[in-house]
Ligand binder design. Sequence first.
Ligand code: GDP
Length: 302
Amino acid sequence: KIFSGGFTKTRKNLAVIDELLLYWNLSDTDRVLDELEEALLVSDFGPKITIKIVENLREDILSGKLKSGTEIKEALKQNVLDLLTTKVSKTELQLGFRKPAVIMIVGVNGGGKTTSLGKLAYRLKKEGAKILMAAGDTFRAAAGDQLEIWAERTDCEIVRAESEKAKASSVLTQAVKKGKELGFDIVLCDTSGRLHTNYSLMEELISCKKAVSKVVAGAPNEILLVLDGTTGLNMLPQAREFNEVVGVTGLILTKLDGSARGGCVVSVVDELGIPVKFVGVGERVEDLQPFDAEAFVNAIFS
Ligand code: GDP
């Protein structure tokens, strides 16, 4: 079952809505919608989206289109689903036809970049792809060691910096060249994630992007931004900045298993118009799931 284990806390926050709607009647509409609004805000849907949803529901209730609590609940789910699907289409990885495909994983330290890269390697390998990892976080020595552990765990090869002074872009160039020569399907590139306000990180990411495009035309095929789901709406400014500077093609939202702020998924998609491609719902290799808007809506409003 998709999203099993994930979103438990968010679902618990939103369960109050079921009770509200069970006893809903027309004369109670304002109070019920106020409480519904509160439940959405607590789950970090954000004020803009919350107001949009609540006002849509109010209109349809007052016009007589929604006549029962069950209908209101279904309309609520449909509203959220629409928000998740109208601005974005493809949630599958777009890897092009040239080999190797290159996926850059970006994001600030601690968000779950390396873990997500490892889990993604596990998933893609299971689908039959030959995976090469590239340790592009040359800034933190421990980052390379951590990725090496994931390479062992998933039985993938890895390219690491040969010296401490190596530039991230040269490690990635070397990895993608090796991938091309030895027939790898996908090169998964880790990158540095020191504070995003530090402009040199953004410069470094841009130079990494240029470097891999020189080895394989069209690369990187995907730039996946990893965002920490426990930060809720606070992830938005960070996501905007990465997107403006580097150009993000997809999002990976992590730690949603421990977060009661799952509504931020809807806000981030609506604000940025970038698809969520995967969600992290735990720390095991299997705990990265492709994002499916319908399954998500069913999981949080079950
Ligand atoms: P990085 O600095 O961005 O590379 O972050 P890491 O990959 O080192 O992850 C930071 C911490 O978050 C680690 O302890 C991970 O085990 C944990 N983590 C990453 N993704 C998830 C997730 O989806 N769920 C949970 N519960 N923990 C996660």
